[in-house]
Design a protein around this ligand. Structure first.
Ligand code: HEC
Ligand code: HEC
Ligand code: HEC
Ligand code: HEC
Ligand code: HEC
Ligand code: HEC
Ligand code: HEC
Length: 462
């Protein structure tokens, strides 16, 4: 039986107070890190043998026949690139003219491993770029760029998001990984700009800092969806019989009717009279690093508590607001192979609403998988690392997409790296030769063939 992680009765005190999470305080970041979107070609032909970067052993150009030492050096110059999205799904509003819950804002992470005995995580001698071959612009696919000034107080160049990142560009080097935050990605591919496609594909490329030779490339999913089904209850004639012509204005009218007497000083104007409205102006949202107005409940708290009893405590109920009955953002091994749903890990609406620090305190893998070998070393899975400093999500993928996932696009990178779907288990993806010692979670080499009864080569959807 699956155990709930936390709730009103067993909520643990927050173990940390880090508000400066990945997405926090982007407005400050914006001023610091605004940059253009220098395009790094993602369609360069695959590189045969990288020109020797300065940090590797130089080879003489005069020798035709490589020596054994050179062959070994070349093998040791193999790099593995790991890449993933941090959340497993990012949701943004389809239309920003009336209200915004969340902006277009996708985060990609990467680690570069220099294959060897032992393998080495590198961040200083390599650069990593991302691009979307079939998703190169967002203006026209979203009206965000007509309202970003009103919503967030900043004027953004077309196709540039709130952190200054565009749809292609460099990832920032951190001590043990690379990251691109706030990519303003939409769910619409260039090739089908009106068809929703939530499992967008990013091309991530690692290059030698010196010389720029391509070292490794990987295609990873950047999941994104606008599927919020507020319309199921708030369309014209729905809740309280309000009919303004649009779902969003129905919601704002309802909110004004219920609460306008309580709007805090400096925020008194009815929401309908000052559209577009950012919910996080008043209700704190850690997803945005937005503190809200002191004394008012967080957005997560008000939304889940107000709708408790209205939207059922089932995965389909959660899909009323989280993407969604079409997107089905929950696609991981536990949902597909073990019939688990949102409520098994998060609890129901009331329990979610009791989260003291939304987004920063979430279910933990090691609450259920409580053998010490699966312990997280950080409060959040997305920040945790395991075997040799490799991110849990580099081997398992993001929450809600824990490999093997239902989506063929999620499988692409695992197939590219190790020939089959499922968590990274093939030692030689990172080790030059199969090590004698124990691997991830104490696993002995050679690794077991896991998930052998599953299909490893699903039909790839673009
Ligand atoms: C399953 C039906 C359902 C769905 C789906 C739904 N709501 Fe509601 N919502 C309600 C009901 C019922 C109320 C309470 C109406 C009342 O107080 O008379 C409500 C109230 C609200 C209120 C007003 C709260 C207040 O008292 O000020 C807001 C704001 C709101 N919903 C926003 C949303 C948004 C945004 C979405 C989509 C992300 C959404 N709702 C989806 C049923 C729903
Ligand atoms: C001007 C400040 C302000 C803005 C902006 C704002 N709210 Fe509110 N909201 C309030 C106040 C004040 C209340 C009533 C006090 C309370 O219940 O916390 C409230 C109540 C609610 C409630 C009902 C809580 C309950 O339990 O009755 C919901 C749901 C809600 N807001 C959702 C939203 C959403 C969604 C947005 C964006 C569309 C939004 N709010 C924007 C100030 C605001
Ligand atoms: C009526 C709409 C609505 C429904 C139904 C809903 N959510 Fe949410 N949920 C939201 C909104 C809006 C946010 C974003 C709040 C923010 O930006 O901080 C959110 C955020 C979250 C978060 C992240 C913030 C946190 O509290 O940690 C979790 C987890 C979550 N929802 C889980 C669930 C689960 C599980 C269900 C089903 C039991 C569910 N939600 C149903 C509207 C909804
Ligand atoms: C609410 C409890 C719960 C949480 C939280 C949870 N799991 Fe699971 N997980 C299960 C259960 C139950 C199974 C079914 C198989 C089993 O009993 O091991 C499972 C199965 C798995 C499997 C597949 C094993 C197999 O052989 O089919 C993987 C991989 C996995 N979980 C990884 C994770 C990761 C990574 C996290 C955190 C992001 C996580 N789990 C969070 C309960 C949970
Ligand atoms: C197997 C357990 C599991 C199931 C099932 C599950 N979640 Fe989660 N969810 C998690 C974990 C673990 C995290 C925290 C990830 C982290 O710490 O980085 C999380 C985080 C979240 C967040 C915060 C943002 C993020 O992605 O980190 C939201 C929102 C959310 N879940 C919604 C849902 C909804 C909606 C469903 C059902 C459609 C669902 N979850 C099903 C385990 C689960
Ligand atoms: C180098 C790759 C790698 C890293 C890093 C990694 N894992 Fe795993 N993990 C695996 C593989 C492969 C399996 C499947 C084999 C097994 O069940 O032991 C697995 C299995 C699991 C399981 C499933 C247990 C079950 O029921 O079968 C959980 C839970 C898990 N890992 C959690 C984590 C967490 C949490 C982290 C980070 C602290 C992490 N892993 C880091 C490769 C990795
Ligand atoms: C995704 C990359 C990755 C995969 C896959 C991986 N490892 Fe590792 N492994 C590392 C890293 C990085 C280190 C840390 C090297 C260091 O700094 O000492 C490491 C260290 C080790 C070590 C200790 C140092 C050494 O090389 O002796 C052993 C033993 C080991 N791994 C065994 C395994 C086994 C067995 C497997 C397959 C079941 C495996 N690893 C899969 C990345 C990986």
């Amino acid at each position: 039986m699956v155990r709930r992680i936390w709730g009103a009765s067993n909520a643990r005190a927050p173990t940390f107070m880090r508000v400066a999470l990945c997405t926090a305080f982007f407005l400050t970041l914006l001023l610091l890190s605004m940059h253009g979107s220098a395009l790094v070609a993602a369609d360069a032909p695959p590189l045969p043998t990288p020109a020797a970067p300065t940090h590797t052993q130089p080879q003489s150009a005069l020798q035709d026949v490589p020596t054994l030492a050179q062959t070994q050096a070349a093998a040791a110059d193999r790099f593995t690139l790991l890449a993933w999205n941090d959340l497993g799904m990012h949701c943004y509003n389809r239309d920003f003219q009336d209200l915004a819950v969340l902006p277009p804002y996708n985060n990609l992470y990467a680690q570069v491993v220099r294959v060897g005995n032992p393998p080495q995580i590198v961040t200083t001698t390599v650069t990593v770029d991302y691009a979307f071959a079939d998703n190169t612009y967002s203006v026209g696919k979203s009206n965000f760029w007509d309202f970003e000034k009103a919503l967030f107080g900043v004027e953004l160049a077309p196709n540039i998001g709130l952190t200054g990142n565009g749809l292609d560009g460099p990832m920032a080097a951190k001590p043990n990984h690379f990251v691109a935050e706030g990519i303003p990605l939409t769910e619409y591919s260039d090739s089908a700009p009106t068809t929703r496609h939530p499992y967008q594909l990013a091309t991530v490329v690692a290059r030698a800092s010196a010389g720029g030779a391509k070292l490794a490339q990987l295609t990873a999913v950047a999941p994104v969806s606008t599927e919020m089904r507020c319309d199921k209850c708030h369309s014209d004639g729905g809740e309280e019989g309000i009919s303004t012509g649009r779902v969003e204005t129905n919601i704002l009218t309802l909110h004004d009717n219920e609460n306008s007497g309580e709007y805090p000083p400096g925020h008194e104007t009815p929401l309908m009279d000052r559209r577009p409205v950012l919910c996080a102006e008043c209700h704190a949202s850690n997803a945005l690093g937005a503190p809200g107005v002191a004394g008012l409940e967080s957005l997560s708290r008000v939304m889940h508590s107000k709708h408790a009893g209205e939207s059922p405590d089932t995965t389909l109920g959660c899909y009323n607001c989280h993407p969604g009955p079409d997107t089905k953002c929950l696609r991981d091994v536990m949902s597909q192979q073990h019939s688990m749903g949102c409520v098994d890990c998060h609890g129901g609406m009331e329990q979610v609403s009791q989260n003291p620090t939304p987004w920063l305190k979430e279910p933990r893998c090691d609450t259920c998988h409580n053998d010490p070998q699966y312990a997280q070393n950080q409060p959040l899975y997305r920040n945790s690392t395991g075997h040799g400093g490799i991110y849990c999500a580099a081997c398992h993928d993001s929450p809600h997409a824990i490999a093997p996932s239902r989506e063929a696009n999620d499988a692409l990178k695992f197939i590219a790296l190790q020939g089959r779907n499922g968590p990274l288990v093939t030692c030689t993806v990172c080790h030059l030769t199969v090590p004698d010692g124990p691997g991830p979670h104490g696993m002995a080499a050679p690794p077991p063939i896991i998930y052998s009864n599953w299909s490893y080569l699903p039909t790839v959807k673009q």
